[in-house]
Design a protein around this ligand. Structure first.
Ligand code: FM0
Length: 326
């Protein structure tokens, strides 16, 4: 009754931003991501008749109570599916640079979904695993798969048609993602709270939903044609539109800091010098830069020169989940 799984993080090229059902983690729009090779989580789940409650260790330490609660709620879904009442010990190792929480970690819930399902004896296919991972964190639905992945919002109320599926394999197009960490002091508004506030209060949210449909069409063309300029332009524009919705929320909020804007401007300056780089930003101050292999080093050097840049991690397109034997 034990299983270990490795799952990688992903970065959304077209963002998931807004839920139509918070309990089932059903999104308002499709999103499209690329799985990253560098950042991952390894999770071991062991169900044990002797346990009186679930246990959750993150990087070797007992997890905080709010994270424990979310993991236990997730395991409840797995137990219900398997029709069992047995508790589990969960051990997660996060190989993700910033000490981000577990809840927002796509790799965390993708690994937990696959490991817990296997350990309890559920025989789920990848689509079912994507649906299960989704119910821990929406973006985790995409991390079941490698390469370029689309998460379909679905229309059913029970979420039965809401899962991710691969668009291009891991080896199909060798793009690079530089993960640029900036120095920061501010506390972050968690993506879950941020998207909820935006859906409920931002007058720009309707515009977001309209624009994202167009952006999905464009990026899928760019992926089929391997047209990097087309891809980069829509990736950057889509991120900017997502962030614009937060400025219209009540109360308004923004994820960018001055360091974030400095990196964004440097990326735009690189383009003016003929080096193709495009940025995207999630619910935080750090920036991800998408580029082609031949430009990676030049872009690194320009960004490393900025005082606000703390660290730069180089990622390639990564694989889907793997089951580890121990
Ligand atoms: O990844 O409330 O999955 O598409 O990263 O757990 O379902 O942490 F930029 C924001 C990720 C949102 C875009 O949200 O939310 C993306 C974001 P949950 P997640």
């Amino acid at each position: 009754m034990r299983a270990s799984v490795k799952a990688h993080t992903n970065i959304a090229l077209i963002k998931y931003w807004g839920k139509r059902d918070e309990q089932l983690f059903l999104p308002t729009n499709n999103s499209l991501s690329v799985t990253l090779d560098k950042f991952y989580t390894i999770t071991t789940v062991e169900f044990d008749e002797l346990l009186q409650s679930d246990q959750f260790f993150l990087n070797g330490k007992q997890a905080e109570s709010n994270e424990m609660k979310k993991v236990a709620q997730f395991l409840d879904r797995v137990r219900t599916k398997a029709n069992r009442t047995i508790y589990a010990k969960v051990d997660s190792e996060n190989h993700v640079p910033t000490a981000a929480g577990f809840a927002s970690s796509a790799s965390g819930y993708a690994a937990l979904a696959a490991a817990s399902a296997k350990a309890i004896g559920l025989n789920l296919n990848q689509r079912e695993l994507s649906q299960l991972a989704r119910q821990g964190s929406g973006s985790a639905s995409r991390s079941i798969f490698g390469g370029y992945v689309e998460w379909n919002k679905g229309i059913e109320e029970d979420g039965s048609d809401c899962y991710a599926a691969p668009i291009l394999d891991t080896d199909a197009w060798d793009l690079r993602v530089l993960s640029v960490e900036v120095t920061t002091k501010a506390k972050k508004v968690l993506s879950r709270a941020g998207m909820k506030r935006t859906v409920e209060t931002s007058p720009f949210f309707a515009g977001w939903l309209e624009a994202v449909e167009e952006d999905l069409i464009t990026i899928k063309q760019a992926l089929q044609e391997r047209d990097f300029t087309k891809l980069g332009q829509v990736v950057e524009a889509n991120a900017l539109k997502m962030h614009a919705t937060t400025l219209g929320a009540n109360p308004p909020f923004m994820y960018w800091q001055s360091a974030t804007v400095e990196v964004m401007q440097e990326v735009q300056a690189l383009r003016e010098r003929g080096i193709e780089a495009y940025f995207t930003i999630d619910a935080g101050p750090n920036v991800k830069v998408v580029c082609q292999p031949e430009d990676e080093q030049k872009i690194h050097d320009a960004l490393a020169f900025l005082h606000v840049v703390h660290d730069i991690h180089h990622c390639r397109v990564g694989p889907g989940i793997t089951y580890l034997t121990d």
